[in-house]
Design a protein around this ligand. Structure first.
Ligand code: SAM
Ligand code: SF4
Length: 334
């Protein structure tokens, strides 16, 4: 029996988020510059390497895998990877295989994702106004995402909508979005914007909108009941009693969740970030490529987990809140 991954603070690492590409078919203003330079292909883990990497983590006790990016569904042949991961769901080792997507390719892939054992997807959607959607994503078309939402529901996938809260941009859609999600039986999460990407240069879009304020506005119309449910991540949830729907708030800038952190993040180049708020990382690609067997990789993963920091509250709020994260979210995976 392989010993599970336990960090120095007795937290079991059971959740791995994997970015499978840094590329995307959108250029959301808070995430990417319009003329992004992407990594050369050879830097990326191949699909076989992604399989080896994830399978090793699963052997070491990871039970939940979230695939992200960039846009995961624009990675060529990504369904081969999802199909391969199904064997871990079938064996019972993996409890959940899921993804975060902008929805643009769901019309094409929803059924196949369901067939691979995916049951829930997070779709990022900040507005349901066509013009605003085109503005914020620069290259996206709302209609295409809406077809993706329809296809996902038709395929039986449960959807959670993630919206980045942007003052002066989607403030006026607080209730519209909540009602749209309730009508379609989708949960929803608001994400506080982090200072990344091109945000600083946009004067119209991308103002910081605090989730405390957002929550207060929501409470003017609905009865909010706090839910005890925690996922080991930065989300807190309430139920809107009038609609029965669950609304989450993700405040990555307010780190009050480190003590229950159960997750690590793998970039598309095989770097493992033990903590979103710190620059510390381990190069697992080198370990993986250095040997055909998985024992070197396994040792590198264990060594990395042994360095998982207790938290990043203090440093992060002191050094980064006013500054820019040096990493792009599309590289680490949101
Ligand atoms: N392309 C996929 C998508 O958009 O869902 C997956 C990757 S994207 C980087 C993951 C999440 O990060 C999205 O929900 C996106 O809105 C969020 N995100 C990107 N940049 C952000 C920022 N500066 N602040 C807060 N959230 C951000
Ligand atoms: Fe692409 Fe997602 Fe970033 Fe938007 S948030 S540019 S969809 S990776």
């Amino acid at each position: 029996m392989t010993a599970p991954l336990i960090d120095p603070f007795h937290r079991a690492v059971s959740y791995l988020r994997v970015s499978v590409t840094d590329r995307c078919d959108f250029r959301c203003v808070y995430c990417m510059a319009e003329n992004m330079t992407f990594l050369p292909k050879k830097e990326l883990l191949t699909l076989e390497e992604l399989d080896r990497m994830c399978s090793t983590f699963i052997r070491l006790g990871v039970e939940k895998l979230r695939i992200t990016g960039g846009e995961p569904l624009v990675r060529r042949d990504i369904m081969t990877f999802f199909r391969a991961m199904k064997r871990h769901l079938d064996s019972g080792a993996l409890k959940e295989l899921t993804l975060t997507t902008n929805g643009s390719q769901l019309e094409r892939f929803a059924e196949e994702l369901y067939a691979c054992g995916v049951r829930r997807v997070n779709i990022s959607l900040d507005t349901i106004d066509e013009k605003k959607f085109a503005d914020i994503t620069r290259w996206g078309r709302l209609e295409q995402v809406m077809r993706g939402v329809d296809a996902a529901q038709a395929a039986g996938l449960r959807i959670k909508i993630n919206a980045v809260a942007l003052k002066g941009f989607n403030e006026d859609e607080l209730f519209t979005l909540a009602e749209w999600c309730a009508d379609r039986d989708m949960d929803m999460t608001w994400i506080e914007v982090m200072p990344m990407g091109d945000l600083g240069n946009e004067d119209r879009i991308g103002q910081y909108w605090s989730l405390d304020e957002l929550r207060g506005r929501l409470a003017e119309r609905y009865t909010l009941t706090d839910l005890a449910e925690r996922t080991g991540g930065p989300a807190r949830y309430v139920r809107l009693e009038e609609t029965g729907q669950k609304i989450g708030f993700i405040t990555p800038m307010t780190h009050n969740f480190c003590e229950s952190c159960n997750r690590v993040r793998l970039t598309c180049t095989g770097q493992l970030f033990m903590c979103l708020g710190q620059e510390d990382m381990a190069d697992l690609r080198g370990a993986l490529r250095s040997s055909e067997g998985d024992s070197v990789l396994e040792a590198a993963i264990r060594a990395a987990i042994a360095l998982k920091p207790k938290g990043h509250d203090f440093d992060y709020s002191r050094q980064k809140v006013d500054g820019q994260m040096s990493r792009h979210m599309s590289h680490t995976g949101g």
